[in-house]
Structures are given as C-alpha cells and as structure tokens.
Design a protein around this ligand. Structure first.
Ligand code: GLA
Length: 383
C-alpha cells in the first residue's frame, strides 16, 4: 500500500470521513553546492521520492490536532496561545504556525494524520519536509496563496527561530519548489531557480552511512561565523561576491584556517555553476568530476566530512558505472550521493553496500532515487 493510501485509510478510520485535503512535501538530496546557501551562493539539490504526508480537514476552532503514524502519538496545540513545550515533532508544526502568523496570515485550525518515509536525522531534510508539508496544510485550510520562495522563507524562519537550528534556505526551498525529473539550480540570494535535467541514462543514488551527525549544530555555526569573518575581510556582503581569481590574489592576508573555509565556499560556487552547465550538456563525466572535487574540498578545506563518509565515497568510486560521489548535506554523518549509470545502478548498490560494510562493519541503506515535485496539494474534496 502506498503512503497516500495508508494515510487516507488511517484518516477515515480515526475521523470517520475521508480527508478534505492531502498534502505532501519531499525530502531532498543535494547534488553539489554544499555550505554555500548561507553565503548567498548556489546549490543544486533535487527533491526526492521520499516525503512527509498530511491528510487533514479544517476545524471550527483554532486548534491543531495531529496524529503521527511514525511516532504513534497524538499532539495538539492552540493557534491562539503558541508555546514552546518540548523538542518533539509537534514543535515543527507549531513553529510553522508561529512563522505564518508572524507574517500576518490568518490561520484556521485543522485535524489530521501525519506520516512519511524520509529517514529522520539522515541528512535528507526530514525537518524541511515536515515544515513545508505543514505550510501546505495551513495554506489549504486557510486559503493562502502558494508562492514557493515565500513559503520556503517562512519554513526556514520556523526552523531558525522556533526550532533553533540556524540553517540556510536550501532545504526548505527545494522541498517547496522541486520539479519532477530535474535538479534545481537555486540562487540563494535571489531565490531564482532553474530546473536542470539529469544527464541521460544516469540516476542519483543516496548512500546512507548509518551514522548520524553529532555536534553538527555547533560546528555548523562555527563554519558560518568563519565565512562571515572572511566576507568582512574581503569587504563584501557575503562570500558569494568573491571570485576564485580574487580569492587567489587577495587571500594571503587571511588567517590560514579562515582562508581554507573561504576557498571551499568560493570554489564550490564555481563548481556548482559548472555542474549545472555540465548537466544541461548531458555531460555525466564532467558532473562526476565536479562531485569528486566537491568532496575533496569539503573534507580537506571545510573539514565537515567523517571517516564513514570518506569510506562510503571511496567505495562508491570503486563501483562500476559511478561517475562521481561526495558527501551531501551538512556533514559529520548522514549520507553520500553518487551519480551512476542507470543500467548499472542495482549492481552498484550491492557492491557499495558490501564494500562499506567490509570497511566499517556498518550495513548501509542505499536508495536509487527519482526527482519529484516540491510541496503539493494532492487532492481536495468538495463537500
Ligand atoms: C544543512 C542546512 C542547509 C545547508 C546544508 C549544507 O542541510 O539546513 O541550509 O546549509 O546543511 O549545505
């Protein structure tokens, strides 16, 4: 049974009627452009065929009552008195309600059922998917118009100011604006997006190391601060405004560690733009080469990889049909991503799993994935 069927059935069982609305918002994998979003730079993620789903109907009062199938737990809150309570999944929904209300939207209450198949904490943006699915749910019951960039910014605000993770815009933006069969080149300053098709005959394979990022919050904030220091040195609003030539000519005066951080961001922006061009040309070889270079830069200059991520990338590159591989997401654990010849994908997945288990003793999860649309309203029944 699909998640859509399961959630519809569960809604009917619990609420004695079919849902008025069904919404979904996908997780994501980033092909290239890592740690560039908070530097106003470029990213090239794709929305994946793993998503958060909510089946719902409006309520006449201002309460939100949700049952999570994953946690087998019902939680609720009032839109009139939003208060932080704990760190659980419901805080993401409250954060979205808070952010939408702060932006002046008049919200209605609703009740429903929530489920999903984005692995939690794996670096595939289950949080952003939950935020955008919730935003879609409120948009459906409260008749809000849907503009992906605006809604992504409101989801990001929920994550930063309610949940307390100082993230960039990539995850919410791709969950809001993804396009089937394409990755999306996102300019994180203007939020302009360009769909970019995968090279013909290739697939994207997600390689989950089975390790979860530990101190990612503090390391992430430290990297952000280092990037801001570098931008001040170059006297620009963000590292997006520094070219590779300028970096080479002027970085001599920078502290050595900050210089490496800046070098990652500046070169990664250039690689991301080149990657989008390579994909448009259908040049899988060049795309793979850029992914490999991105990994080296994240490992050596930005220092956000881990032994397990390096082992996974190493195993992936040994695999037949692999054009390139890199860590993806914030780092320190979670997933790597590889671009692979479609016909070789199943054998590739088996070989990489065996190699990785041999090196680390951990059984990895491997997903050959498809690019999907961003957050959407699937069905609306008129009663
Ligand atoms: C996390 C953040 C994103 C982005 C990536 C690194 O996923 O949520 O905003 O900064 O890390 O590229």
């Amino acid at each position: 049974m699909s998640l859509q069927q399961q959630i519809t059935q569960e809604f009917k069982r619990r609420l004695d009627a079919p849902p008025a609305f069904l919404v979904r918002a996908p997780g994501r994998v980033n092909l290239i452009g890592e740690h560039t979003d908070y530097n106003d730079g470029f990213v090239l993620p794709m929305a994946i065929n793993r998503a958060i789903w909510i089946a719902l109907r409006p309520r006449d009062d201002r309460r939100v009552v949700v049952h999570s199938l994953h946690f087998d737990q019902t939680a609720e809150f009032s839109l009139t008195e939003l208060r932080h309570q704990d760190a659980g999944w419901i805080e993401y929904l409250k954060g979205v309600a808070w952010s939408l209300q702060e932006a002046g939207h008049a919200l209605r209450g609703w009740e429903g059922v929530l489920t999903g198949d984005v692995p939690v904490g794996a670096g595939l943006s289950s949080s952003a998917a939950l935020e955008l699915a919730t935003t879609r749910a409120f948009a459906a019951v409260s008749n809000l118009s849907w503009e992906p960039g605006t809604m992504a910014r409101l989801g990001q605000r929920a994550e930063r100011e309610w949940v307390g993770m100082n993230c960039g815009i990539m995850d919410q933006m791709i969950s809001a604006a993804g396009q089937a069969e394409h990755a999306l080149l996102i300019d994180c300053r203007s939020l302009e997006t360009q769909p970019v098709p995968l090279p013909p005959g290739t697939v994207v394979v997600i390689l989950d190391t089975g390790t979860r990022r530990g101190l990612v919050g503090s390391a992430y904030n430290e990297r952000r601060a280092q990037c801001e220091a570098a931008a001040r040195f170059f006297d620009v609003p963000a590292l997006r405004d520094v070219s590779v030539a300028q970096l080479e000519a002027q970085a001599g005066g920078l502290d050595a560690l900050i210089r490496r951080r800046a070098r990652h961001v500046v070169t990664e922006n250039e690689r991301t733009l080149r990657a989008a061009e390579a994909m448009r040309r259908g040049d899988a070889v060049e795309m793979g080469r850029l992914m490999d270079a991105s990994h080296a830069s994240l490992r050596d200059d930005y220092q956000v990889s881990s032994d397990q991520l390096n082992a996974m990338v190493h195993c992936a590159r040994q695999g037949d049909g692999c054009y390139g591989a890199r860590m993806t997401g914030a780092g320190f654990g979670g997933c790597a991503v590889a671009l692979v010849r479609a016909a070789a994908a199943d054998a590739f997945a088996k070989a990489v799993a065996a190699c990785y288990q041999g090196v680390t003793g951990i059984i990895p999860a491997i997903y050959v994935c498809q690019a999907t649309n961003g957050a959407e309203l699937i069905r609306q029944e008129h009663s």
